[in-house]
Design a binder for this molecule. Structure first.
Ligand code: SAM
Length: 469
């Protein structure tokens, strides 16, 4: 699932490419670190959000301060997404607005980070106002450049803000979210024919378990209550590490962190999900019984051309295996409609699969040809209007299913981890990832509330909180 977030907080690697001819400009903003402000724009997935948070932490460790708006910042980082053309268009739009910002304030530095950063020389020619290009997750490269280029070493680095805990993670300035993502692994070894993300993020690289646990523990000490372990294919965790630790083992270690209320993981790949993970979810009370398990299509030929590595029947068997062990498991999925050559009949099989599984969430997108991917060589032969018709059909079916399944929760009590106050109502999620709203005078932020459901709809639930005796 891709979302767009904006963080007014700011964070870096050796693969970054600076524009040497802009160094002169960059030195103009050279100053004492504590006077330099930064702003991060994040477009895209949970991994980008996690990268932005680490970027913020790294910048603040260097003494930079967050700016309320991009227009006011000395350093603007645009953390980009190109999963679909629409996301890329949004990034390019933002880059254009940053061009005018540079015209107005030539002293500001602009950094482009994330999945748009492929061929750096082509990007340099296209976006001459960008000072630095940083590949996805390359937080160290960005921090090194900031330290070497933006900071006035003669003035000395600004005294870093107090850290909430040693070893870094969240800083006082950035605020502490109830829920935070931690990358367990970067990149992906799957080669889905439509996907550009794996090309831009490179092969699968797992972080050492100790490193993941330390980051998660630091976040929990800082006040975070829910951790989501991330990987493009999180089930492949540890395959590249000595001793081959696996996702189930990592989940067990993170689960034991004192103070943690909930643990999640995503994204699962249907061909890689191991029974040990299902067992861990069944056994560990804080580990939410929720899977993000992209199916992408319900037709075997389409799945083969997508390079997914399973059939619709195998996917259904996996869902049965999960539900046999965990009847309350919630399963969300991603679907692409209008993949090259997908006939109306093949698309009907996607609807059949949705009816068979009755997903708890479906993230549906129209196929978007991504340059350089194998699928982009196939004729993009499903007309845009037909793609849109299919997308709407998936949404309509999903609305129908969720209206029915959520209605069964009426009158029941659910446990909600409260994430924020939203327009006067407390907003949180159940372990199954359902959105719940309730009103109460008490401060519920970051706490688990027991809520009796009084109203249900396809996309959210409402209820009354049970007051503790
Ligand atoms: N790694 C996960 C997986 O197994 O697919 C998800 C990561 S991907 C960045 C997020 C979602 O974007 C995918 O599940 C897919 O549905 C969608 N997506 C990826 N490439 C796409 C494309 N070229 N056109 C439309 N949707 C796409």
């Amino acid at each position: 699932m891709n979302t767009e977030t904006e963080l007014s907080v700011a964070a870096c690697s050796p693969m970054s490419a600076a524009r040497p001819r802009n160094t002169q400009h960059a030195t103009r903003v050279t100053q004492h670190a504590s006077r330099i402000t930064y702003y991060i724009w994040t477009i895209g997935c949970q991994m980008n959000r996690a990268d932005s948070r680490r970027t913020a932490v790294a910048l603040e460790a260097l003494g930079l301060r967050p700016a309320a708006r991009a227009e006011e910042a000395d350093l603007v980082v645009l953390n980009s997404c190109v999963v679909r053309q629409s996301a890329e268009d949004k990034v390019v739009g933002r880059l254009s607005s940053l061009r005018s910002l540079k015209e107005r304030r030539p002293g500001a530095a602009v950094v482009l980070m994330g999945c748009l950063v492929g061929d750096i020389s082509a990007l340099q020619a296209r976006f001459p106002h960008v000072d630095l290009f940083v590949r996805p997750s390359d937080v160290d490269g960005l921090a090194t450049w900031v330290e070497d280029t933006l900071l006035d070493r003669t003035a000395g680095a600004g005294s870093p803000l107090p850290r909430l805990y040693p070893g870094s993670s969240i800083d006082l300035q950035t605020g502490v979210p109830v829920s935070a993502e931690v990358a367990a692994m970067m990149g992906c070894d799957r080669h889905c024919t439509y996907c550009i993300v794996t090309q831009r993020r490179g092969p699968g690289r797992s972080r050492a378990p100790e490193e993941v646990v330390a980051e998660a523990a630091g976040l929990v000490r800082a006040g975070v209550r829910e951790i989501t372990l991330l990987g493009q294919n999180v089930d492949a965790y540890g395959r590249d590490l000595a001793g081959r630790p696996n996702l189930a083992g990592l989940l067990r270690r993170v689960h034991d962190i004192p103070g943690l209320l909930r643990l999640r993981f995503l994204t699962s790949h249907p061909a890689d999900l191991e029974d040990e993970v299902i067992e861990a979810v069944a056994e560990l009370p804080k580990l939410c019984p929720h899977w993000e398990l992209p199916v992408q299509a319900g037709d075997d030929q389409v799945l083969r051309r997508m390079g997914r590595g399973y059939t619709a029947g195998e996917y259904l068997a996996l869902v049965e295996r999960i539900r046999a062990r965990l009847p309350q498991a919630s399963i969300a999925t991603d679907i692409i409609v209008g993949f090259p050559g997908e006939t109306a009949e093949q698309f009907e099989r996607t609807l059949d699969l949705i009816r068979a599984v009755r997903f708890d969430a479906v993230h549906v997108a129209c196929y978007s040809a991504r340059p350089g991917t194998p699928a982009a060589r196939l004729p993009d032969d499903v007309a845009p209007e037909e793609k849109e018709r299919r997308r709407r059909a998936v949404e309509a079916l999903q609305r129908e299913i969720l209206t029915e399944t959520n209605a069964t929760l009426l009158g029941q009590e659910v446990q909600v981890l409260v994430e924020e106050l939203h327009r006067g109502k407390w907003k949180g999620r159940t372990a199954s990832n359902k959105l719940v709203f309730f009103e109460d005078e008490e401060d519920w932020l970051g706490r688990l509330a027991t809520v009796r459901i009084t109203k249900t709809g396809p996309w959210s639930l409402q209820g009354d909180v049970r007051r503790e005796a």
